[in-house]
Design a protein around this ligand. Structure first.
Ligand SMILES: [Zn+2]
Length: 76
């Protein structure tokens, strides 16, 4: 859900509002004026942190930090 930040052109109040579609009329939360300017859009973060499945410390074993295959006793 997009969260937009607005500034009122009438009273200069700044506020945020969820806008579900472009037809939504945004009124100033302070004075009720429809003359507001959209400042920027803020989207929820955290969806694009694609950290990996591979362990960064994986050694030659590939499954653990064992120096050699077989030391970890894991899958062949
Ligand atoms: Zn206002």
């Amino acid at each position: 859900v997009p969260l937009y930040e607005y500034e009122c052109l009438n009273c200069k109040a700044q506020f945020e509002k969820l806008v579900f579609n472009s037809q939504t009329e945004v009124l100033c939360s302070a004075c009720g004026s429809p003359r507001v300017a959209q400042k920027l859009s803020v989207f929820a973060v955290g969806s694009s942190q694609g950290t990996a499945k591979t362990a960064p410390d994986a050694g030659p074993c590939g499954n653990c930090e064992a120096a050699q295959r077989g030391l970890c006793g894991g899958a062949s």
